[in-house]
Design a protein around this ligand. Structure first.
Ligand code: SAJ
Length: 441
């Protein structure tokens, strides 16, 4: 144990990172910035080539820092897993999506496991960071690793440490976000927390990999359920003719016991709509129905349809139908001020409006074009490709309805209000504007 810690202290400890996306690359840079030698592994040769040329592709990573670290030889990338024979630790940061039937797809973890096991060697630390259901590390990774004859906690070390990357967050990033860490054995925790403690300000050790896996799932289930509550409160407030945003803002003045969540067009992103379903799926194996998770998913998934139904009501008040109405969609990313379309509910809204023969235009400063298909793997020759339209006075004046679906900060909302005939604001972007033409969610 001490010789490993000495190796870490002397920075003779070679770091491996598998998966160089919005989690893996910032983690690799953080280790390299702390004078570790880091080798990143990714199947995407485009990513590998960019990194080896010192070219950054993750907004949360500093371009100059990456280039400098690569130039200094502290960070390099490859798509060749055999480099694992030389690494001392490997952190696994691969996707954990849902499949078409909304069940966990752990194939990325399994594929990586089957590569890592080929090169598992004495003293090696393996840390799974991908969000997954409690039991994944113990049930999917551990048995295969121990089938090599190596003993966990003695010959190699295995742990789960959830990623807590919030893309675009201006305050919290890898170094200053507390890191939960759960090893299979105390020795796994000792080595892992010692290593990660070199690059992250606060490490939060827990008693097992299952506890660590459950921590992350709880964090994101908590959000999904509270967002679902906010969405249902919005639906009820509309029926009561109450402005839900005023209600939430006033409730937020309570200095204890209340945290504001807000309604919106639905739940997007690669975490919140997905992570809770990993837990509810696992509970089915125990013949237990995770009611809150299922109900929140139902409410959140239905929000696009609810937005379309409100759109029909708004146009109806103008003696118009959705069919043939000119509708401008402002913002298609899953949340404001980022360029990420993953699971964006706006895609469902646009799809539904197109099905009802609306004449759809959109503008999003971050997305020049997008296919009206939620799952990119389903894009085919018949998929509809839309292009962002420049936001002009003429465009706004032509529209029967403008729908604010993603409240990017860069929009000139005064300009939008002044030049639109009717606006449906699903994000309270127009908070404070007093104008009959505005309908709030
Ligand atoms: N949303 C609402 N109402 C809210 C908050 C969010 O409708 O009150 C919607 C957003 O528009 C988006 C979706 O929910 O479509 C998810 O939004 P999010 O703010 O949770 O952002 P994410 O998906 O980027 O979540 C990440 C998560 N980070 C990790 O999993 C490591 C989450 O745990 C963070 O809490 C979250 O960022 C954050 O706080 O920004």
């Amino acid at each position: 144990m001490n010789n490993i810690k000495n190796k870490i202290d002397k920075r003779e400890y070679l770091i491996g990172i598998i998966g160089l996306g919005y989690v893996g690359l910032p983690l690799a840079v953080e280790f390299a910035r702390n004078n570790f030698n880091v080798i990143g592994i990714d199947l995407d040769e485009g990513k590998v080539n960019k990194i080896n040329k010192g070219i950054n592709y993750i907004k949360d990573v500093d371009d100059t820092l990456l280039a400098t670290l690569v130039k200094k030889g502290k960070l390099k990338a490859t798509n060749d897993f055999s480099v694992l024979k030389d690494v001392d630790s490997v952190s696994i940061c691969v996707p954990t999506p849902l499949n078409k039937t909304k069940e966990p797809d752990v194939s990325y973890i399994v594929n990586v496991r089957d590569e890592v096991v080929k090169y598992l060697h004495k003293g090696m630390l393996v840390v799974l960071e991908s969000t997954t259901y409690p039991g994944t590390t113990d049930e999917i990774l551990l048995p295969v690793f121990e089938s090599t004859g190596l003993k966990v906690g003695e010959d190699f070390y295995l742990a789960f440490s959830p990623e807590r990357v919030d893309p675009g967050n201006p305050v919290y990033h890898t170094k200053n976000t507390p890191k939960v860490f759960g090893g299979v054995t105390p020795a796994c925790n000792e080595i892992g927390t010692y290593l990660y403690g070199k690059i992250i300000d606060k490490i939060v050790p827990v008693s097992s990999t299952r506890a660590a896996e459950a921590v992350k799932i709880l964090e994101n289930t908590y959000r999904s359920i509270n967002i679902g509550l906010a969405n249902e409160i919005a639906i009820m407030c509309d029926k009561l003719n109450i402005n839900v945003w005023e209600v939430i803002d006033a409730a937020s003045t309570k200095p204890f016991g209340f945290q504001a969540f807000y309604p919106g067009p639905g739940l997007g992103g690669h975490c919140i709509p997905i992570d809770p379903l990993y837990l509810s799926w696992k509970m089915k194996l125990f013949n237990y129905n995770a009611k809150f998770i299922t109900l929140a998913d139902e409410i959140n998934s239905n929000m696009p349809k609810y937005i379309v139904s409100r759109t029909a009501d708004i146009l109806n008040d103008k003696a118009k139908s959705i069919k043939n109405s000119k509708i401008l969609i402002l913002g298609v990313t899953y949340k404001k001020d980022i360029d990420d379309l993953r699971e964006s509910p706006v895609i469902d809204i646009v799809s539904e409006l197109l099905n009802k023969k609306a004449n759809i235009f959109y503008n999003d400063p971050y997305i020049n074009e997008f296919y009206v298909v939620r799952d990119p793997s389903e894009i085919d020759k018949d998929s509809i490709l839309l292009h962002s339209t420049e936001l002009s006075k003429e465009l706004l004046k032509q529209m029967d309805l403008v729908i604010i679906t993603t409240n990017h900060s860069s929009y000139d909302y005064k300009f939008i209000v002044e030049n639109s005939d009717k606006i449906f604001d699903t994000r309270n972007a127009l908070k404070g504007f007093k104008d009959e033409k505005i309908v709030y969610l």
